[in-house]
Design a protein around this ligand. Structure first.
Ligand SMILES: [Ca+2]
Length: 644
């Protein structure tokens, strides 16, 4: 714990350093103490952040909500109606929130991972500290990168961190993150926990079957939201008691949407759409886009927040930050569309990109064979509603809409978010929406090319391309270089994800490409085709034996199994799994056994050996993730886990 006196001492040092720095780089400045005295007054910023909720608040018109404090905050402030987490899951979203850069631009898009970032990648608290702010974080970090555990980000980051510990005349930027509505808390309420909302009165989304477990989970979710509403009330009273309410901008938002099965982790409205309420004290009312009680419909995503916060404090945002300033005198026009992303979730690889423009929600799935609900085991482990839904599907009792969660995905999804906030009616093939679809497809391509989306390169190839001993030390530097032909890889990935028989010769051509990611997508396209064709088998066999990237040997083997040679495919995947010394390659091999349907050839002894296998992990895939597949396989033995 940092005591007050220690913290104050540290703050003085930090402030002195800033004043010295300013003095050093600006010749002819007045003496430092004059400069400090002449500094204009700056607002404090308080972030009250919560977990895993969509805008299920009274202020947003939700009939089941009981949220008096947040409703009052909305009456006193501005309520944003179109705010999106760029990713539907904690660590990826929080990476964008920290850096103001899209996670697939800097390589922090996989849930979870810890890629090294170059020193040039910004982080807003460091910039606030350099400008003399006291920055405290209480307490979640989860930055999904080398910024995790970086002691230079905050003056204090712990369960005790508080703006109270700043020096007397110091402005603050304080984050408090309440975890009471995290998905893991829902089933921790005692079994007979009374809910304010009668589960029988819940209006279920059409994708959820009408089961007691689903109704009870929704009713409980509203209780958790009321708990965070109480907490918001406490935090606002504390700010008042500290005498800082009149000088503090207060932001309330959730780190992504959720939080029942089919929401958190998924690229849809319930997974990404979040509440955001901003309260401006009278003194800073001129920064607000509307008078108190106003409603702001501009499309906002998390990548906008760091730039905006810096700007509100009079600090120039670094040019690398990719969002738009949404408030204050330097406000920039809202983007026409904003980018959303989903990649690996824990132990399951996936790759989807999306867009919202305020009216449409558009998604391209690059790995359509993976059913959304055959996902990481985590949701099933912590919430009963996941298991109830799956059991209902497996008993053949779900309707067409409720069954989709367990079936392969369409390549494109397009929803009218006004008419269809639950994203049920896919308009991607509807004749009357073709012009919108074409425009959104082009906008998504443009986004991916502009940010040089590194998600197009499968993760198991990463560390044969970058690292301390390679030409590029970090993913970001690689992705920004000419070595990464983003347009060509995008074209190959889009083509492969169609699994189109008419494109077979293209896929065979991709297999021979000089870029390893294009070769990967070629094998994936042939996997989707699943044709028992000797030409395909020969081409894949050549890759299985000769590709110099282990990830490509594995995906080629996965495709070979569906092209008529499962025995050779199994042998190859087995060889790669045994030899893997890279955690991502090992994880891909475990996935490949299952998606090639050769896992029935594994013996219990094989799984037990994998259980003991701990590939060296220089790039820190959390150790337990691959083991989740192994553990599940052993628990179900001799049955197999169904993943597709
Ligand atoms: Ca979260």
């Amino acid at each position: 714990m940092i005591t007050n006196s220690r913290a104050t001492r540290r703050n003085r040092w930090a402030r002195m350093a800033v004043v010295c720095l300013i003095g050093a780089v600006m010749p002819g400045n007045p003496p430092a103490n004059t400069l400090a005295a002449a500094e204009p007054e700056r607002p404090n910023i308080l972030w009250l952040t919560v977990e895993d909720i969509s805008p299920y608040l009274g202020a947003y018109g939700h009939p089941n909500a009981h949220t008096p404090h947040l409703d009052r905050m909305a009456e006193q402030g501005v309520r944003y109606t179109q705010v999106y987490a760029n990713a539907p899951v904690c660590a990826v979203a929080r990476s964008a929130l920290l850096t103001g850069m899209h996670s697939p631009a800097i390589g922090t898009h996989q849930m979870r991972s810890r890629p090294q970032l170059p020193a040039s990648i910004p982080a807003y608290p460091k910039l606030f500290r350099q400008a003399g702010y006291y920055c405290s974080n209480n307490a979640k970090t989860d930055y999904n990168s080398s910024y995790e555990g970086d002691g230079s980000l905050w003056d204090a980051s712990s369960g005790r961190a508080h703006y109270r510990d700043r020096a007397n005349d110091q402005p603050f930027f304080a984050v408090f993150n309440n975890t009471q509505s995290h998905e893991s808390q829902l089933d921790r309420l005692r079994p007979d926990f009374p809910t304010r909302v009668d589960p029988a009165e819940i209006e279920l989304p059409p994708f959820h079957p009408d089961l007691p477990e689903l109704r009870q989970a929704w009713a409980r979710l509203h209780e958790l939201i009321t708990r965070i509403d109480d907490w918001v009330g406490t935090m606002l009273r504390e700010l008042e008691a500290e005498g800082e309410a009149g000088n503090t901008l207060v932001f309330f938002y959730s780190d992504h949407g959720g939080m029942l099965a089919g929401t958190k982790r998924y690229l849809n409205m319930p997974g990404t759409h979040v509440p955001m309420i901003v309260r401006f004290p009278e003194k800073w009312q001129h920064l607000a886009p509307h008078p108190p009680g106003g409603v702001e419909p501009r499309v906002v995503s998390f990548v906008d927040l760091p730039k905006t916060m810096l700007s509100l404090a009079g600090i120039d945002p670094p040019p690398l930050m990719q969002g738009r300033i949404l408030l204050g005198p330097a406000a920039e026009p809202a983007p026409t569309t904003t980018l959303l992303y989903r990649d690996r979730m824990s132990e399951r690889y996936d790759f989807s990109r999306g867009l919202v423009d305020g009216r449409h929600f558009f998604v391209r799935h690059f790995m359509p064979h993976r059913p959304p609900g055959r996902d990481t085991v985590y949701g099933y482990a912590v919430q009963e509603n996941w298991r109830a839904w799956r059991d209902h599907f497996e008993a053949g009792r779900t309707d067409v809409i409720q069954s989709r969660f367990f079936q392969p995905k369409p390549v494109l999804e397009l929803y009218d978010v006004h008419a269809d906030p639950w994203n049920v009616n896919n308009l991607a093939d509807a004749p009357e929406f073709q012009s919108q679809r074409v425009a959104l497809e082009a906008a998504l391509d443009a986004w991916m090319i502009e940010i040089r989306d590194i998600g197009l390169v499968p993760e198991p190839l990463f560390y044969e391309l970058v690292g301390p001993d390679k030409a590029f030390a970090t993913l970001y530097e690689y992705a920004q270089s000419e070595a990464y032909p983003v347009q060509r890889v995008l074209a190959a990935a889009k083509s492969a994800s169609l699994g189109d028989p008419a494109k077979k010769s293209d896929y065979l051509g991709f297999l021979e490409d000089e870029h390893p990611a294009v070769r990967y997508w070629g094998a994936y396209g042939l996997f989707l085709l699943g044709q028992e064709d000797p030409t395909i088998r020969a081409a894949l066999g050549h890759r299985v034996d000769g590709d110099n990237f282990a990830g490509n040997r594995i995906i080629a083997a996965q495709a070979l199994a569906r092209s008529g040679d499962p025995a050779a495919a199994f042998q190859a995947i087995h060889r790669e799994a045994e030899a893997a010394d890279d955690a991502y390659v090992f994880l891909l091999a475990l996935n490949a056994f299952q998606y090639s349907h050769t896992d029935d050839r594994l013996t219990r002894e094989d799984w037990e050996r994998f259980q003991g296998k701990n590939p060296s992990m220089p790039y820190a895939l959390p150790a337990g993730l691959a083991q989740r597949i192994v553990t599940e396989a052993l628990e179900r033995w001799p049955d197999r886990a169904v993943v597709d």
